[in-house]
Write a protein that binds this ligand. Sequence first.
Ligand SMILES: NC(=O)c1ccc[n+]([C@@H]2O[C@H](COP(=O)([O-])OP(=O)(O)OC[C@H]3O[C@@H](n4cnc5c(N)ncnc54)[C@H](O)[C@@H]3O)[C@@H](O)[C@H]2O)c1
Ligand SMILES: [Zn+2]
Length: 371
Amino acid sequence: MPATFNSIAAATHTIHIGDNIPSLLSSFLKKHKFSSIFILVDENTLQHCLPSLIGQVKQLAEAELIELESGESHKTLDTCIGVWQALTELGADRKSLLINLGGGVITDMGGFIASAYKRGIAFINLPTTLLAQIDASAGGKTGVDLDGLKNQIGFFADPMALFIYPPFLKTLPERELNSGYAEALKHGLITDRAYWEKLCFLLPTDESAWEEIVAESVRIKLRFTETDKRESGNRKKLNFGHTIGHAVESFFLEQNQTSLLHGEAIAIGMICESFLSSKLTGLPAEELEEIGQVLMNRYKPVELDSLNDHRLIELMQHDKKNSGKNINFTLLTQIGESVIDQQTNPAEIIVALNYYRSLVHSMNHKNLHGT
Ligand SMILES: NC(=O)c1ccc[n+]([C@@H]2O[C@H](COP(=O)([O-])OP(=O)(O)OC[C@H]3O[C@@H](n4cnc5c(N)ncnc54)[C@H](O)[C@@H]3O)[C@@H](O)[C@H]2O)c1
Ligand SMILES: [Zn+2]
C-alpha cells in the first residue's frame, strides 16, 4: 500500500497513518525547528512504545521525558499542574514541542496541557491504543475530568500533525484492543452499514486489518468534525452510545471501580441507546437484536445495580451535550443511519437500562445452563 494512501488532510493539519511513521516524523522534526522537544508518556508507553520510536527517530534522543501514571483516574487538573511545573523547570518555551505518546488519556490531557502552557505551544499526537488511533487523537477535543465528570474542562485544539503508527498496537492487551473497537463499531452504526458488517466479521486482534480500520474510522470521524468543529450539528452523531455510556463510565469512576474501560462503557451505552432508538426513531426490532447480539458477544456483561439508576440519570443530566435540562441523545433510525437531538424522559431511560440488564441476565443464564 503506498504511503500516501493513508495521508488524510484535515483543515489545519495532516494525519499520517502507516508503517512509515518514524521516517515521516523524522522529516517533520527536521523541517520544523523546535527549540526543545518534550515527550509525554505513561509507564506503559514508556516501556512498550518509546524505545522503538527513539530507536528510529534520532532527533528524539535528546528529548526530555515526562512520565505520568497511567489511567483515567489521573486525567485531572492536578496531573496537568505537575506537567506545567515540569515544563517550566525544564525551560520549555513558546517554540517547544510536546509529543503525546500514549492512549486517549495522554492525547486528551497532553493536548490540553500544550494548549494552555504559555497560551499555547505546538503538540503532536502519536496515539498508541486502538481507541486513541481511531478516535481520541483526531477531531480536536482535549481536556481532563473534574470531580469524576468526564472531560469537564478542556479546549478544542488541533495537533500540529497526527502520526498514527499501527505497529504500536502489538503490545496492547486484548481487552484494550476490544475497548477501542467499540468506537469503530459505533462509526459503522451511525453512518455505514457495510462498515459495521465488515467489523462484525473481523477481530480486534486481527493485525492485518488495523491500518484499514484506523484509516476508515478516522475518515468517518473527520467527515463530522471538519464540518462541525464545535459540535453544534452533525458532529453530535459521534456521541451515539455516549450519553448513557459516559454516565456509566463516570459512575464506575466515582465508585473507584476501575474495572470498566471507556469502550466497554460505550458498548453498554450503545445497547441502551439502540433500545431507545427502537422506541423513538424506528430502529427495526431485528436490528436492535442484531446490535445486542454483536455487542453482548464481544463485551463482558456488567451488573448495573438498579439502586444506582437515579445517580446515572443525574450524571446524564450533567452531560456537556445537553442544553438546559433535557438529556440529549443521538439515536439510530436503522443500522448505518442516525439522527441527533433526540430527547426522552428518565422513566424511558430506566426502561432502556433494564433492557440491557435483561440481556445480561439471559447471557448469565446461558453461561450457567449452557442453553
Ligand atoms: N478527545 C476525544 O475525542 C476522545 C474520544 C474518545 C475517547 N477519548 C478519551 O480517551 C480516553 C481513553 O483512551 P484509551 O482507551 O486509549 O485509554 P488509556 O490512555 O488509559 O490507555 C489504556 C491503557 O493502555 C496502556 N497503553 C497505551 N498504549 C499501549 C501500548 N501500545 N502497549 C501497551 N499498553 C499501552 C496505557 O498505559 C493504559 O494503561 C478516555 O479518557 C476518553 O475520554 C477522547
Ligand atoms: Zn468514546
